[in-house]
Write a protein that binds this ligand. Structure first.
Ligand code: ZN
Ligand code: FE
Length: 265
C-alpha cells in the first residue's frame, strides 16, 4: 500500500487565530493533529483552537518579548509539556530553547524546519522564523507596513526588512497584527498611483468587510505595495525627499517614512 499518511502528515496547515483587538496567533498543524503555535499571547484562544480541531500542541515559537506575543506561554505550559523556542532575552520567561541568527529548528511532529533570522528594530532581540514557505515575522514586517521602532534604530530596522525582502517572492508573510487597513491608508498617501497598491487596497477592503484576515500576504505583494520595502522605488524616494526637503540616503528615507507613519492618523 502506498504510504499516504506520510504525505498527508507533511502538509502544514496554517491558521491565523485572532486574539485581543488585532493580534494573530499563528497555528500550524499537520493532518495527524500535531500543532505548533507562534506568539501565543492568549492561552485561551489557543486552547479553544486546539480543542475545536482536536489538535495536540507540540511546540511554541516566540518572535519577541512583548506581552501580547508571549502572555499565554506560562498557562499553556501548565497543560502542555512542549519546547518553547525564543530569542535570547531575559524578558522572555519560560523559554526552553534559545535561538539565534542562522540556527535552524527541526521539529519531527509536526514535521517542520525553521531557520531563525535575527531582525532587530521593533525590539533588539526580535527574530523571525522562516520555513515551509512561511515567514513568521512578529511585529517587524506587517502587510503594507512595519513595526514601530521601540528599541532599534531606523538603520537596524531597514537592514532587517532588507533581509526579509530577499526571501523567495512566494513566501507567505505571517505577521503579528491585523494592521493592514490602517497601514494601507498611509501607504496610499505615499504612493497613490501605485496600481499594485490600489488592487491590494480593494482586496483588503473586501476581506475586512467580511471580517476575514488580510494575512498571510505574499512577499511579492509586499515588495510591490509596502512603502517600507520600497525606499528605493522612485515614487517612494520622491515622497521622502518632499517630506524631508532634499538630502538623505535610504536609511534617512526609511526614517522619514517611519516618523510620518507614527504621526499619521
Ligand atoms: Zn511587539
Ligand atoms: Fe504585537
Amino acid at each position: 500500500m502506498p504510504d499516504i499518511d506520510q504525505t498527508a502528515e507533511s502538509i502544514l496547515h496554517l491558521v491565523p487565530l485572532p486574539a485581543f483587538a488585532d493580534n494573530y496567533i499563528w497555528l500550524l498543524h499537520d493532518d495527524a493533529g500535531q500543532a505548533i503555535v507562534v506568539d501565543p499571547g492568549d492561552a485561551a484562544v489557543v486552547e479553544r483552537a486546539l480543542a475545536e480541531r482536536q489538535l495536540q500542541l507540540r511546540a511554541i515559537l516566540l518572535t519577541h518579548h512583548h506581552h501580547d506575543h508571549i502572555g499565554g506561554v506560562a498557562e499553556l505550559l501548565d497543560r502542555h509539556a512542549v519546547p518553547v523556542h525564543a530569542p535570547v532575552d531575559d524578558r522572555i520567561a519560560g523559554a526552553t530553547v534559545r535561538v539565534s541568527d542562522g540556527e535552524s529548528i527541526e521539529l519531527t511532529s509536526p514535521q517542520a524546519r525553521f531557520e531563525v533570522l535575527a531582525i532587530p528594530g521593533h525590539t533588539l532581540s526580535h527574530v523571525a522564523y522562516v520555513g515551509d514557505g512561511l515567514l513568521l515575522c512578529g511585529d517587524t514586517l506587517f502587510s503594507l507596513g512595519c513595526g514601530r521602532l521601540f528599541e532599534g534604530t531606523a538603520a537596524q530596522m531597514l537592514a532587517s526588512l532588507d533581509r526579509l525582502s530577499r526571501l523567495p517572492a512566494a513566501t507567505r508573510v505571517c505577521a503579528g497584527h491585523e494592521y493592514t487597513e490602517a497601514n494601507g491608508r498611509f501607504a496610499h498617501t505615499v504612493e497613490p498611483d501605485n496600481p499594485h497598491l490600489q488592487a491590494r487596497l480593494r482586496e483588503v477592503a473586501g476581506l475586512r468587510a467580511r471580517q476575514l484576515p488580510t494575512l498571510p500576504s505574499s512577499l511579492a505583494d509586499e515588495l510591490a505595495c509596502n512603502p517600507f520595502l520600497r525606499v528605493d522605488a522612485d515614487p517612494v524616494a520622491d515622497w521622502c525627499r518632499r517630506q524631508h526637503g532634499g538630502a538623505g540616503d535610504r536609511v534617512a528615507r526609511f526614517a522619514a517614512l517611519r516618523t510620518a507613519k507614527d504621526a499619521f492618523r
